[in-house]
Write a protein that binds this ligand. Structure first.
Ligand code: PMP
Length: 315
């Protein structure tokens, strides 16, 4: 990964290489953490964090689900993120806030272990590749089922839960595909290991519902709204595996991946990225880069000028 200079850690700005934790931190052993994946884009109005408030909201809901009391407010985390972007002099970046149980007690009921929080920002290109956003990817239905809601909490973006995504990703890479598609415990389509999924059938845009073990993706929410605003019918309903093969168009959405068309599933061609996918993708990118007036409210602009950076004073 590409380093930046500063990381925000427990209320302070520390050097990238100095942002360390104890090896007996609870989160390292049991995955007791919650996190977010956010992006900031360079727009004509300055660096803009996409749907920042919604991401921070989800972070707090994930924390609540696992009874983690976060020691900083949403407002403080927002301000810390703005300051971090300024200090690192990044015009665009990926943003990773993480809260985890730290060092203190390795019992499972570690309510007295401290909760540590970090925010890191660094340059990170499109997760599935810049080209794939134009040409589409080859996907494979995973043999691993998505986290079931009766054993974990699919709606929470919790660190330990990502072992499920990692199993699916490892299998998919070894089999030579670009991304996995996971079914839920009922055998219905759920989502990718780090993306939500949409299919187009008879001109209707369809995405699996909240009851299909999905993460409530913020890109998913944006795409549902954009689709409806553009006049399409968008349905949240269960999707059978066979519908992946019968769909006219399929695409994945996520903060890291953005909007990626799927051109083949299980070696069955879906086809070149379709008209509806392109239409939504263009509008979505306009929203990200501040070119769509109607979605400007989604942007959290990082105000300049930058603060003083003592380490960089050369005179
Ligand atoms: N599903 C999973 C499992 C994810 O990790 C992500 C990425 N956060 C998504 C869906 C997409 O969510 P978002 O659009 O909020 O990034």
């Amino acid at each position: 990964m590409e380093k930046s200079e500063w990381i925000w850690m427990n209320g302070e700005f520390v050097r990238w290489d100095e942002a360390k934790v104890h090896v007996l931190s609870h989160g390292l052993h049991y995955g007791t953490g919650v996190f977010e994946g956010i992006r900031a884009y360079e727009t004509a109005r300055g660096t803009a964090i996409f749907r920042h408030a919604d991401h921070l909201d989800r972070l707090f809901r994930s924390a609540m689900s696992y009874r983690l009391e976060l020691p900083h407010s949403q407002a403080a985390l927002r301000e810390a993120t703005h300051e971090l972007i300024r200090r690192n002099e990044l015009a665009s970046c990926y943003i990773r806030p993480l809260a985890f149980r730290g060092y203190g007690n390795l019992g499972l009921h570690a309510h007295d272990s401290p909760i540590e929080m970090v925010i890191a920002v660094w340059p990170w290109g499109a997760y599935l590749g810049e080209d794939s956003k134009r040409t589409g990817i080859r996907a494979k239905v995973s043999s691993w089922r998505r986290t079931s809601p009766d054993s974990l909490i699919p709606h929470a973006k919790a660190s330990g839960q990502y072992l499920n995504s990692i199993l699916a990703t490892t299998e998919m890479v070894q089999a030579g595909y670009d991304e996995a598609i996971m079914l839920d415990q009922r055998g219905l389509v759920s989502e990718g290991p780090g993306e939500n999924i949409f299919v187009v059938r008879d001109g209707t845009i369809i995405t699996p519902p909240h009851t299909a073990s999905i993460l409530d993706g913020i890109t998913r929410r944006s795409v549902i709204q954009i689709g409806r605003d553009l006049g399409y019918t968008v349905e949240e309903r269960d999707v059978a595996r066979a519908e992946l093969y019968l769909a006219e168009e399929v695409f994945l959405t996520g903060t890291a991946a953005e909007l990626v068309p799927v051109r083949e599933i299980d070696d069955i061609p879906v086809g070149e990225p379709g008209e509806i996918t392109r239409h939504i993708q263009n509008k979505f990118e306009d929203a990200l880069y501040g070119r769509a007036e109607e979605y400007l409210e989604w942007l959290d602009i990082v105000e300049q000028p930058s603060v003083e950076r003592p380490s960089k004073v050369t005179s």
